[in-house]
Structure formats: structure tokens, C-alpha cells
Design a protein around this ligand. Structure first.
Ligand SMILES: [Zn+2]
Length: 314
């Protein structure tokens, strides 16, 4: 079984205009690094068509193609940093609840908010208790530190509700500032809220070793491996070596399979390939590297079920 712990819905009106123009730039960079064709106009034209998914049916079809049993949507609230988008945060939450209601047992969601907005804690409470959302997504790259006091009421609420918090960590794409995304700020959070499960998204990319060692000293910090597809495409051996080191330092029980899709469809790095890469690790790892089936099963779904409860069982 496979559970994707971190995915998005990229509907045009759900995200700021600046997000889209920066995504084109990002796609050009990634495609060039990978030796693929990169025409900005063609990418911009194809993007909406590729991503538009108001009811989650496209995501569900992608999951079927990839053999993914359960996916968590991580809503993005970037309006305070990039300019507000046509759909408000409250409205977006309502629309995502419709999506998860249409795909029960298959697509779930966290509640996402910029903690600088007013009234967010109450909405978070309702999102979990009434609408069945599974946790809280925060994106410090939008302009705050995870250990700022203004975020603490959200951690208190997450503890009260018994749900995990996922935060973007690691080198962020422009225009976001990397000073906010260093995993060191999760040290305070995990110490001040020992009963809270904190998920550092993206294995903190460039800070992955620091994160892995932090995780190894704690019982309430885990990570997801989303967003590493470009490196795995460019240099499969290097990716496997980093992953092996990550598992050896942080422990397989603390690493979650995730994609951060659908952005990677832009680069032809589909989830069918990404999930398959992990499934095949015990048999197809590069010479000198070993991954056990037990480690891979923990990463692919068992850790997610430990954190979320019994999801993905149909
Ligand atoms: Zn993401």
C-alpha cells in the first residue's frame, strides 16, 4: 500500500497570481537542469489545463494510476505574502471539504492557514471536529518563524484535538525566504509541545542532515520525503545514497512517503514513477546500498497510519 502524505490542489483561483508566474520560472529551471525542453510560454499555457481539479477527480485518477490508496491535501494560504487570490481561505476550506466528501476514505485533508490571520484557531477547531480534517498545515515560508508566539495557539489547539502539524521546511522556491524554513525552529516547537507530532516537510532539503539528527534525538518529530523527485531524476544513485543515510540517521519509522504533487507533473515526474521508485528499492537499489522491505513499508504507508489512524484501507 502507498499513502501520499503531502499533495496539493492547484486550482487557478485558489492561488495568488504571483504563485503562478513564479511556478513557470521554477518549471523552466527544473526542466533545464534535467536537460528537458523549457519554453516558458508553452509551460504557462499548459499549466491550468494540467492542474485544474475542482472536485478531486483528477487526483483520484492519478492515485489509481500510481497505486496510491490515500492522499492528504495540504491547502496553501499564501495571500499575505504573494497577494490575495480570488477564493478566500474560508471558501477554499469549504471547497476542499467538498472534495474530501466526494472521495471518502481516499482523499483527506489538513487545514491550512497563515497563522497571522484573525480567527484561524476557531476555524481550525471546526475543520477538525466538524469537517474531519486530519491536521494542520503551516507554511513558514510565507513570512513567519515556526517558533513565533503567534503560532503557539495553533499548536495548543492541535494538541487538544490530537492531530499532527505539518510545516514546510527546507530550501524554498523564490520568492519565499529561506530564513523561515530552517528546521532548527522546530526544536522549540517539539520541546514546548512534547505531545504534538510535528512533520517537517520535504526532509528539509539542504538541511536534511541537520533535520535527520534532530529527529534522531526526539520522539515527536518526523519528516516527509516530498519534493525530492528532481534529484532522483537527475542522479538516482545520489538520491538513494542520501535516502539511505537519512534512514540510518533518522530511522525508517520517522520518514513518510509524499509527493508534493501535482507540481511535478510539469516535469513529467509522475507519481506512478515516484511511488514505484520506493516500492522497488529493496530490489533495484544501486550497488552497495540496501533497503529492506520493512523499511520501505514503514515509509510507504505504515508510518502514516501510525500518525493518522487507519486510513487507506478502502
Ligand atoms: Zn507542498
Amino acid at each position: 500500500m502507498v499513502i501520499d502524505f503531502h499533495h496539493h490542489l492547484f486550482n487557478r483561483d485558489w492561488l495568488p497570481q504571483k504563485f503562478w508566474s513564479d511556478l513557470v520560472q521554477r518549471a523552466v529551471n527544473v526542466r533545464r537542469l534535467n536537460g528537458q525542453e523549457a519554453d516558458p510560454d508553452a509551460i504557462a499555457r499548459g499549466m491550468s489545463e494540467m492542474f485544474e481539479d475542482q472536485n478531486g477527480d483528477r487526483l483520484a485518477a492519478d492515485m489509481d494510476e500510481a497505486g496510491i490508496a490515500y492522499t492528504l491535501i495540504m491547502p496553501l494560504d499564501l495571500g499575505l505574502e504573494l497577494g490575495e487570490c480570488p477564493v478566500s481561505m474560508e471558501e477554499k476550506t469549504r471547497l476542499i471539504v467538498e472534495v474530501t466528501g466526494r472521495h471518502p476514505g481516499k482523499i483527506g485533508s489538513f487545514f491550512g492557514i497563515d497563522p497571522r490571520r484573525a480567527g484561524g484557531v476557531e476555524l481550525f477547531d471546526r475543520a477538525v471536529r466538524q469537517w474531519g480534517m486530519k491536521g494542520l498545515k503551516l507554511d513558514p515560508a510565507a513570512g513567519f518563524y515556526p517558533n513565533e508566539r503567534l503560532v503557539y495557539p495553533y499548536y495548543e489547539k492541535a494538541c487538544e484535538l490530537g492531530v499532527p502539524v505539518l510545516l514546510h521546511t527546507g530550501v524554498a522556491i523564490p520568492p519565499f525566504r529561506n530564513k523561515y524554513t530552517d528546521p532548527i525552529y522546530l526544536d522549540d516547537v517539539t520541546l514546548d509541545f512534547p505531545e504534538l507530532t510535528v512533520v517537517a516537510a520535504h526532509a528539509s532539503f539542504g538541511w536534511w542532515q541537520q533535520l535527520a539528527f534532530l529527529i534522531s534525538k526526539k520522539t515527536n518529530l518526523v519528516t516527509d520525503i516530498s519534493g525530492w523527485q528532481p534529484l532522483a531524476t537527475r542522479d538516482y544513485g545520489l538520491f538513494c545514497r542520501y535516502l539511505r543515510e537519512m534512514i540510518s540517521i533518522a530511522g525508517a519509522p520517522n520518514i513518510l512517503f509524499a509527493s508534493d504533487g501535482p507540481a511535478f507533473n510539469l516535469y513529467d515526474m509522475r507519481n506512478q514513477w515516484w511511488a514505484g521508485l520506493f516500492r522497488d528499492l529493496p530490489d533495484k537499489a544501486p550497488a552497495g546500498l540496501t533497503f529492506t522491505r520493512e523499511e520501505v513499508d514503514l515509509i510507504l504507508y505504515q508510518n502514516a497510519q501510525r500518525i493518522l489512524g487507519p486510513v487507506g484501507e478502502g
